[in-house]
Design a binder for this molecule. Structure first.
Ligand SMILES: NC(=O)c1ccc[n+]([C@@H]2O[C@H](COP(=O)([O-])OP(=O)(O)OC[C@H]3O[C@@H](n4cnc5c(N)ncnc54)[C@H](O)[C@@H]3O)[C@@H](O)[C@H]2O)c1
Length: 335
């Protein structure tokens, strides 16, 4: 079976996923695209034989030849399009965030449960990265004993002027919030934000770097350094310290060069290079699971959990205190 996909939002990652679905992967084709920027949507179809540009997202979602929907428009539009896809009974892959508030995520969770089977997958692609998958294997098999402490770093070379201190949580560390919950297989209980000495490279309004502190329900302590003007590359680190060992994420390098008295490996410069393989695996598994009629990837509950944790971190930063991460009980539907 070939899955006919409609894509809402033909910007950066929308075009990436379109290329993936049309060229790199098997079992899917893009049949329709839409964007509030109609010219952009039209220009994308020029390189996509068999695909058409549709004026409105609602029309794309209900089109008879669209089997499944990919939502890659701006975050504030996600709730509307995910709910419309559920109402149409169609599987929907939504880039992060699932929605911009925890309450909006819960509306999606409720609508999906009312539908009766899973339709929503959220684009937390780190779960598909070979390095993180290998780390999780070690942790869940008990290879380092019970996890006690986790150290993470999320560094970007630079960010635009429009990037705010809150976005360090909602746009950047949101990936760690999901990945760590999945890696440790437990929820968080508390959150705190520390502001480090400011880099001179940051815009005046921006706190950078920041250190996010989380505690899990069982007491594992986590620190996440978010440093979005680090200058030297896109650098992702994660180390889990267990009772009798440590597992650390390796750099995704292909070769190391020894010359002139040095030993060098390349550092990726952006998220596309660092997680390109993860995006491919993520999207292929989504296509395969849509064809099989059984979604297995990150769910709308995972989107809700990330939103609740992000809200607690923002509250902690705003009020300069430790904030509780208060999640509802997970419905059996998402067990
Ligand atoms: N998983 C990841 O690592 C990752 C990486 C990049 C972006 N994202 C997420 O993907 C989403 C898109 O990010 P981007 O970088 O591609 O942004 P972008 O601005 O490049 O593209 C978004 C596109 O959506 C269109 N759009 C906006 N509102 C719309 C609407 N109501 N209907 C139809 N189209 C609409 C815009 O015109 C634009 O073309 C964001 O939610 C972002 O957080 C995720």
């Amino acid at each position: 079976m070939t899955v006919n996909v409609g894509v809402i939002g033909t910007g950066n990652i929308g075009q990436d996923h379109i290329r993936r679905l049309s060229g790199t992967l098997s079992g899917a084709r893009v049949v329709a695209v839409t964007d509030i920027d109609a010219v952009r949507a039209e220009s994308v179809t020029a390189a996509l034989p068999g695909a058409r540009a549709v004026p409105r997202a609602q029309e794309l979602i209900t089109a008879a030849d669209v089997d499944a929907v990919v939502v890659t428009s701006w975050g504030p539009t996600h709730e509307e399009y995910v709910l419309a896809s559920i109402a149409a009974g169609k599987p929907v892959f939504c880039e992060k965030p699932l929605a911009t508030t925890a309450d909006a995520c819960l509306r999606i969770v409720d609508a999906e449960q009312a539908h009766g089977s899973r339709l929503v997958q959220i684009g937390f692609m780190r779960r598909y990265d070979p390095g993180y998958r290998a780390m999780r294997e070690v942790v869940t098999r008990g290879g380092i004993g019970a996890p006690l402490v986790v150290h993470c770093a999320h560094r970007n070379p630079s960010v635009p002027e429009s990037y705010t201190s809150d976005m360090a949580v909602t746009d950047t560390a949101i990936h760690e919030l999901d990945t760590l919950r999945w890696l440790l297989d437990e929820d968080f209980s508390s959150a705190q934000v520390l502001k480090a000495k400011r880099t001179t490279r940051a815009a005046a309004h921006l706190a950078d770097p920041q250190i996010l502190l989380l505690e899990t329900v069982s007491g594992v302590r986590i620190d996440i350094e978010v440093f979005v003007n680090c200058a030297y590359g896109y650098d992702i680190g994660c180390e889990v310290v267990g009772e009798f060992g440590v597992v650390r994420l390796s750099d995704p390098v292909d070769v190391a060069v020894r010359r002139a008295g040095g030993h060098t490996v390349a550092i990726t410069q952006d998220w596309r290079d660092r997680f390109g393989r993860a995006f491919d695996v993520e999207m292929q598994e989504w296509v395969d699971s849509v064809a099989a009629g059984h979604l297995t990837g990150p769910s709308s509950w995972d989107g809700y959990a990330a939103a609740v944790t992000a809200d607690a971190l923002l509250e902690a930063a705003r009020e300069n205190r430790v904030a509780a991460v208060s999640m509802k009980d997970r419905p059996d539907f998402y067990a």
